[in-house]
Design a protein around this ligand. Structure first.
Ligand code: SF4
Length: 365
């Protein structure tokens, strides 16, 4: 198995693209005035329904500081003909306050193909914004902070994939959606944690590569007779959970239900009552309505789903994703005011990456 490569080069290129893109996008869309951010009676009234959804997690004293930005973003979104796609790991004020579409990577990728909006603001990490751009080449895709990366996406480069192919001719290469556009362009098909087993089995072969997440690959391998080869990447958030930690929680509270994300190590998944993508975890809680549940994933998940399941008690042994947490309300507002930071993908890379992503989407439908 190859060792992990951390590429800073891709990040530098992305920042360069962002500077070029910001200037171009502002030229195309024109400037708007930065809104006044005051907690007026009108702002209080219009944001009251949002506060109802987040009151379990945001104290009333903090709301006057957040509400004006939420109000301004929702107004500006209309003015800019923009849609906000937000991952399940966004903080509650983003998830419930300004997002038009929420979901896991697969749901956001699919929604990105359905939007009529001219501008997509991706509240998530850079590979998600690239995926939206790949599927919507004519739209303007903005990310509120170009530095929002991902340890999985940074663990593998396009050159690494070409090397894998040379050394393993004929073995299909599936890329988890958490990779750059350049990596997707070198792979046969994409997958998410929702559909990885289905994608592996769809290829009709005995052996595949599923890169770059070694834990997702190991968890998939347990559910299929196909041999699953992988790469040495890992999610820095999910790999920190341990099986011992879960056993300790169960010992303290034997009634708690534990659900885990498949980016966790296999021994952690083995200790859980259920494992699935963020969307599957949310569905599991909404359907089963356990008295007490522990979500073994990023912190904001439990915060976001709690408002829809008030009778469920959440135990929160979560880990924060520092990349997801770069996306804040004030940066979303800046993105819409200044039309930054625009995500650009080389058209040739985008076309090849699109083939891999569309193969996955078509499999789903
Ligand atoms: S939670 Fe893990 S996989 Fe998701 S963006 Fe953060 S580092 Fe990447």
């Amino acid at each position: 198995m190859a060792t992990t490569l951390i590429s800073t080069h891709a990040g530098a290129e992305a920042r360069c693209d962002a500077r070029r893109g910001a200037a171009l996008a502002l030229d195309r869309f024109g400037a708007v005035e930065r809104p006044e951010l005051a907690y007026t009676p009108e702002v209080a009234r219009e944001t009251a329904p949002v506060y109802e959804k987040v009151r379990h997690i945001i104290p009333p004293i903090e709301w006057p500081a957040l509400a004006p930005t939420i109000h301004a973003i929702n107004r500006l979104k209309k003015e800019r003909n923009a849609v906000i796609l937000a991952h399940n790991y966004m903080t509650p004020e983003i998830f419930h306050g300004v997002a038009d579409v929420v979901g896991d990577s697969l749901q956001l990728a699919i929604e990105a193909t359905r939007t009529d909006a001219e501008v997509i603001v991706q509240c998530g990490v850079h590979f998600m914004a690239e995926t939206s751009k790949i599927l919507n080449p004519s739209k303007t895709v903005l990310i509120p902070d170009m530095r929002a990366g991902c340890s999985l996406a940074e663990s593998v480069t396009a050159a690494d994939v070409r090397g894998l192919r040379e050394r393993n001719p004929g073995v299909p290469i599936i890329t988890y959606v958490n990779t750059s556009a350049a990596v997707k362009a070198e792979c046969d098909i994409c997958c998410t944690s929702s559909n990885a087993v289905q994608v592996v089995e769809s290829l009709g072969v005995d052996r595949v590569f599923l890169i770059p997440d070694k834990y997702l690959a190991a968890n998939v391998a347990r559910q299929t007779s196909v041999e699953v080869l992988t790469w040495d990447g890992a999610c820095e958030v999910h790999e920190r959970f341990t099986a011992q930690e879960l056993r300790d929680y169960r010992r303290i509270d034997p009634d708690v239900k534990i659900i885990a994300h498949p980016e966790c190590p296999p021994e952690v998944v083995a200790e859980a009552d259920f494992a699935g993508s963020t969307a599957h975890m949310i569905n599991w809680v909404k359907t089963r309505r356990p008295a007490k549940v522990m979500m073994i994933t990023e912190c904001s998940m439990a915060d976001n789903v709690a408002s829809e399941t008030p009778e469920v008690e959440y135990i929160r042994p979560c880990n924060l994703c520092p990349h997801m947490k770069r996306i804040t309300l004030s940066k979303i507002l800046d993105a819409l005011v200044e039309m930054k930071e625009e995500v650009l993908v080389d058209p040739d890379i985008a076309a090849r990456a699109r083939t891999a992503v569309e193969r996955m989407i078509n499999l789903k439908s």
